[in-house]
Design a protein around this ligand. Structure first.
Ligand code: HAM
Length: 441
């Protein structure tokens, strides 16, 4: 990660930096992201999720209808723009509303239900950048659209924990809660509002504001002044109707059976307001400890059920759905994160040396033969001398070199050199893949 102060350059001679809160992914850092995304996709595909990619730009109303403007990511943090044709567009701040928009506009209701989708890509929130909080960040998400069944709620949590485990995060803290359905949540909202109104003088100005615009969000307040009030506030699970209670209980039974350790957090409401019933958040074991000290544990991922979102986006009927997103940047920053290598990166065990102009001309043909045979090689096509190229091969510690010189070009052969004992074999070009596959590695 770049540590320079981003966003501005003081004089014209300095190079332009990426905008504040965004960064370039270069070299190993890029590969780490790719490795994570590939592993997460492999797990998602195994469980029947299919990839979906939605545009980075959406009509603003996908978010203003799906989430109210009282939600911070819409009201305060969304990047919006007006096009030359006067469309109001937004850089997507999250992936769930776009997925539901795509489910509806692509006619996915007509497919066998539920539709299980996964996605990976950049999201944008105009927040104050700090460690683990960026203006451009990457999420890997899973969504199950078209089923109210609690087993999907548990499967989503389980898969998030599994993916984190593959990335080295072994003991994540999973917090769960249920916000209830339309009916029982109303009763709870009334109780919570009336409780907070009684304590209006003791809480911060933001809580008083939230009490008017989005009462459940008072429970998201991190201000120490409000902590005692929050601690004694009524909890949503005490107000669940029989059906929601059953759903929550089943969800936890599945989690037990799936070996997921979790704890109920009665004040977990999440920052987005499309949720109903199940909500959950995952904090890494390391950052839970760090955060407990500093009061700043950052979630590695979170999600929940959003049974009413489709209707808010224009569907004639509700589409019960459940999903989650993992914050990939935060996962890669976790102390226990262990890099996952992308599939395309195989350490080459053969270095290709070419000598002279004719060999350079032929080198592409040789490389293509080996690429098609899936034999990874390294080379340095800009170099000319044998000594320099052998030197690079030695530094790379490859066991074999292929040498192509003037004579070999004429004969349609190459020399295969074993680096350890300097022995050499001349091999016909068409036999080369077979020959290399049988070499000792
Ligand atoms: P979210 O909790 O807003 O949920 O974001 C999910 C994860 O994205 C967070 O837990 C965090 O790891 C990461 N994240 C969020 N903001 C930032 C940021 N500024 N910088 C770095 N990482 C960040 C959602 O976005 C929902 N769409 C999740 C969901 C899917 N619910 C149902 N389905």
């Amino acid at each position: 990660m770049t540590s320079h102060s981003q966003g501005k350059r003081s004089s014209r001679k300095e190079p332009l930096l990426p905008p504040k809160g965004t960064r370039d992914l270069v070299g190993n850092e890029y590969l780490n992201y790719q490795g994570f995304a590939e592993k997460a996709a492999e797990i998602a595909l195994y469980y029947g999720f299919k990839p979906v990619e939605t545009p980075i730009l959406e009509h603003e109303e996908v978010f203003t209808s799906g989430l109210s403007s009282a939600t911070d990511i819409v009201g305060k943090e969304m990047y919006t723009l007006r096009t030359k044709g006067s469309d109001r567009l937004a850089l997507r701040p999250e992936g769930t509303a776009p997925l539901v928009r795509a489910y509806l506009s692509e006619g996915m209701q007509a497919l066998p239900q539920p539709v299980m989708a996964y996605y990976y890509g950049p999201y944008f929130r105009h927040d104050n950048p700090q460690r683990g909080r960026y203006r451009e960040f990457r999420q890997f998400g899973l969504e199950v659209m078209g089923s109210p069944k609690s087993i999907y709620d548990a499967l989503i949590v389980r898969l998030c924990v599994t993916i984190l485990g593959e990335a080295g995060i072994k003991n994540p803290c999973v917090e769960v809660n249920s916000l209830g359905c339309k009916e029982c949540r109303e009763g709870y909202r009334r109780e919570l509002s009336s409780y907070y109104r009684k304590h209006a003088k003791e809480v911060c100005a933001e809580c008083r504001e939230r009490l008017k615009s989005n009462p459940l969000r008072v429970l998201d307040c991190k201000n120490p002044k409000c902590a005692p009030i929050k601690e004694s506030a009524p909890e949503s699970i005490a107000y669940l109707c029989t059906e929601c209670k059953k759903h929550f209980k089943e969800f936890m039974e599945y989690l037990d059976e799936m070996d997921v350790t979790y704890r109920i957090n009665g004040s977990l409401v999440r920052g987005l307001d499309y949720y109903s019933r199940t909500v959950f958040e995952i904090i890494s074991g390391d950052s839970a400890e760090e955060g407990a000290e500093s009061g700043s544990a950052l979630a590695l991922g979170g999600g929940g059920r959003y049974d009413y979102l489709a209707r808010a986006l224009g569907s004639k009927k509700d589409v019960p759905a459940m999903g989650a997103s993992l914050g990939v940047d935060r996962i890669l920053l976790s102390p226990s994160y262990t890099p996952l290598h992308p599939r395309i990166i195989k350490k080459p065990e053969i270095f290709f040396i070419q000598l002279g102009f004719d060999a350079k001309l032929r080198s592409f043909q040789v490389t293509e033969i080996l690429r098609k045979a899936r034999i990874p090689i390294a080379h340095s096509l800009g170099k000319d001398s044998l000594g320099t190229q052998l030197g690079i091969a030695e530094k790379m510690d490859v066991p074999y070199c292929i040498i192509l010189g003037q004579k070999e070009v004429i004969d349609g052969t190459v020399i295969v050199r074993t680096m350890a004992n300097r022995s050499q074999d001349t091999v016909k070009l068409e036999k080369l893949p077979e020959y290399l596959k049988h070499l000792k590695r």
